[in-house]
Ligand binder design. Structure first.
Ligand code: NAD
Ligand code: TYD
Length: 352
């Protein structure tokens, strides 16, 4: 039995689907259903007898304690977070509340529960915290990729809130002996990603004939990982990771933003050509840069490869084709998530 938090979001949702399709015991999903949480993602499994969903906040200690006592999970995997850098710039409050205070409360609930466990239940219990490479800050063009020993140098309110949560998780291991694991992953992409993030936003805008906004010069570099590879890495760390350790997870796919967008345009040109036969690349528009925009992220994932035997299965080329095809095949899902509040966000971010 696993308690997943944030399992109606992008990565958590993919994890829940993968775990249940692979028949992994029981799964309890606790999600607040913010704008980023979507139960449509979980339609195919919501009736499974070994699955239950609760709408609620990771910071609600009495709810979390009740769920822990009722379901007696052997692991908590914390995906729940405010996750979008641009939103954290416009309004950091929710990031502080969920990512820092929420994680603190979740750790406290987990600690109380862990203290009641005995024998093998206690030995097997794990708290896995899902975090990001953005805690390490930014890299110069030729600097070595982030390893687990890099200092934390977060630059956005989002990254700072995730860094703070990582520190709390670490402290609950060293001070209270809570059996924790932390993963720091690079940029994910794939099915069910909310179309505020670069890749689904570009696919969605392209199909709607809208501009494809590139911040600044578009030469910022991200290391892209297909989401199912991330989920498998989390599963690997949960089962084989050494307590108290952190594991960097990445796809070995460093790409500039402009090249990612051009790749998406050329895949769409083949799969769904524009009616005027011009390329979707015509819609590319350079816009004002993000304040404090990190120039480059890159992950050195050799620790998880050598110690736990995990490697990504998808290359960027295979993963991006699958992703574009998924969005073409699942326009209903996209239409379902781009509600009124999404439109408010787009006009705030891209017209100001
Ligand atoms: P997401 O924004 O798509 O989903 C977050 C989910 O958490 C949503 O379902 C939301 O409803 C839920 N949530 C938010 N606040 C909550 C609260 N207080 N209590 C309970 N549920 C709450 O995010 P994502 O992209 O799936 O990211 C999941 C995790 O992975 C985050 O911790 C993020 O920092 C981390 N991460 C993301 C990426 C990426 O590229 N997306 C990369 C590395 C790490
Ligand atoms: P994003 O998907 O928001 O992830 P993160 O900021 O966590 O890396 O953005 C990925 C990159 O794409 C980042 O360098 C910002 C850039 N970007 C754009 O150029 N235009 C956009 O409209 C968005 C959303 C992002």
């Amino acid at each position: 039995m696993i308690l997943v938090t944030g399992g109606a979001g992008f990565i958590g949702g993919n994890f829940v689907l993968q775990a249940l399709q692979a028949n992994v015991g029981g799964l309890v999903n606790l999600d607040k259903l913010t704008y980023a949480g979507n139960l449509q993602t979980l339609q195919s499994i919501h009736h499974f007898p070994n699955y239950s969903f609760y709408q609620g906040d990771i910071g609600d200690k009495s709810l979390v304690s009740k769920l822990l006592i009722q379901h007696r999970p052997s692991a908590i995997i914390n995906f729940a977070a405010e996750s979008h850098v641009d939103r954290s710039i416009h309004g950091p409050q929710d990031f502080i509340q969920t990512n820092i205070v929420g994680t603190f409360n979740l750790l406290e609930s987990a600690r109380l529960y862990f203290d009641t466990l005995e024998g093998s239940e206690k030995d097997h219990f794990r708290f896995l915290h899902v975090s990001t490479d953005e805690v390490y800050g930014t890299l110069e063009k030729s600097a070595p990729a982030f390893s687990e020993t890099n200092p934390y140098e977060p630059n956005s309110p989002y990254a700072a809130s995730k860094a703070a949560s990582d520190h709390l998780v670490r402290a609950w291991f060293h001070t209270y002996g809570l059996p924790v694991l932390t993963t720091n992953c690079s940029n994910n992409y794939g099915p069910y990603q909310f179309p505020e993030k670069l890749i689904p936003l570009v696919i969605n805008n392209a199909l709607k004939g809208k501009p494809l906004p590139i911040y600044g010069d578009g030469l910022q570099v991200r290391d892209w990982l297909y989401v199912t590879d991330h989920c498998e890495a989390i599963y690997t760390v949960l089962h084989k990771g050494k307590l108290g350790e952190t594991y960097n997870i990445g796809g070995n796919n460093e790409k500039t933003n402009i090249s990612v967008v051009q790749t998406i345009c050329s895949i769409l040109d083949q799969l769904k050509p524009r009616s005027d036969q011009k390329s979707y690349a015509e819609q590319i528009t350079f816009v004002k840069d993000r304040p404090g925009h990190d120039r480059r992220y890159a992950i050195n994932a050799s620790k998880i490869a050598s110690e736990l035997g995990w490697k990504p299965k998808e290359t960027f080329e295979t993963g991006i084709c699958k992703t574009v095809q998924w969005y073409l095949d699942n326009q209903d899902w996209v239409e379902g998530v781009v509600s009124g509040s999404y439109r408010d966000w787009v006009s705030k971010q891209y017209t100001e």
